[in-house]
Design a binder for this molecule. Structure first.
Ligand code: PLP
Length: 290
């Protein structure tokens, strides 16, 4: 089942809506122009994981897109309303006991509107979203250089906006090439991120991820993972990485809230080292910390 909750000043704890009824007009900017922002958090073990991080990033995206959004207390109350109403689906097609908790904010009916319309959607996690085996990725050009994010902030690089059509198109392109996922690179050859994930590599006892200044979304999974790994004695850093750094790494992961840690085994036709011990250790560190 899905649960849809509307969050507005008239319903400060969130209003449960009928999931079968459309909730937003095709006339709104959020629909017609993809002008809005979102977060997808994971509900597991009876709690929404790393909600602080998701709310932090939602506010960051709201600032970048010029949207006013509810405060954290309102979000937390409405999320509780939504989770309380949610009932797990009993099916092999979904991950048992887990849910996706999507926070959505869309711009209203005029381009100059700053007030965002806010919803929470709770839905099952499709089993296909949780690959257990290492994946093959295609390296695809993102279409901008390493200086574009700083030079053209209106492109909203690094904001989690609703305009994910190009990200989804990139995944389809990778699939047509026989891969399961994508790692984007800048036009000047630097590693960015996946369409729905952060890139993390292991070099010795160090975990490294590309810097946000390149125009990548700050990954909440990567942030929590790095803090947990540091406490456990790992070194962590951000650095500009090239495709050769992926090929020579001791291990490469895609990290995301829904898919958690996924090892990369092939970058196009080049085989990448796997480190199953580090994978198991980092997965556990992340699970305990989130
Ligand atoms: N980068 C992009 C473009 C994403 O869409 C996502 C998540 O969907 C991530 C990175 C990973 O972020 P998180 O770990 O917060 O899920």
């Amino acid at each position: 089942m899905n649960v849809v909750v509307l969050l507005n000043p008239a319903h400060p704890d969130g209003e449960l809506l009928d999931e079968a009824v459309p909730h937003f007009s095709a006339l709104a900017q959020g629909i017609a122009r993809g002008d809005g922002i979102f977060e997808t958090a994971r509900y597991a073990g009876g709690r929404v994981r790393k909600l602080d991080e998701h709310l932090w990033r939602l506010h960051r995206s709201a600032g970048l897109t010029g949207l006013d959004i509810p405060d954290d207390d309102a979000w937390r109350r409405a999320i509780t309303t939504a989770i309380d109403a949610w009932q797990p689906t009993d099916s092999d097609d979904v991950v048992a006991g887990e849910a996706l908790v999507k926070l959505l904010v869309m711009r209203g009916y005029a381009p100059e509107n700053v007030e965002g319309y806010a919803w929470i959607v709770v839905s099952p996690v499709p089993a296909t979203l949780r690959p257990t085996a290492p994946v093959k990725v295609s390296l695809l050009e993102r279409g901008f250089s390493s200086t574009t994010a700083a030079q053209a902030p209106w492109l909203l690089l690094g904001a989690k906006t609703l305009s994910y059509a190009t990200n989804m198109a990139a995944i389809r392109e990778a699939q047509s090439r026989g891969a399961q996922d994508v790692i984007f690179v800048t036009s000047d050859g630097l590693v960015l991120e996946g369409p729905t994930s952060t890139v993390v590599i292991k070099r010795g006892d160090e975990l490294v991820t590309p810097p946000n200044e390149l125009g990548v979304l700050p990954g909440t999974t990567q942030r929590v993972l790095f803090r947990a790994a540091q406490r456990a004695g790992w070194r962590t850093s951000t650095a500009r990485l090239t495709p050769d750094d992926l090929r020579s790494a001791d291990a490469v992961w895609l990290t995301s809230s829904v898919r958690l840690l996924t090892q990369v085994q092939y970058v196009d036709d080049d085989e990448v080292a796997l480190d199953d011990d580090a994978h198991a250790t980092l997965q556990q560190l992340f699970e305990d910390a989130s």
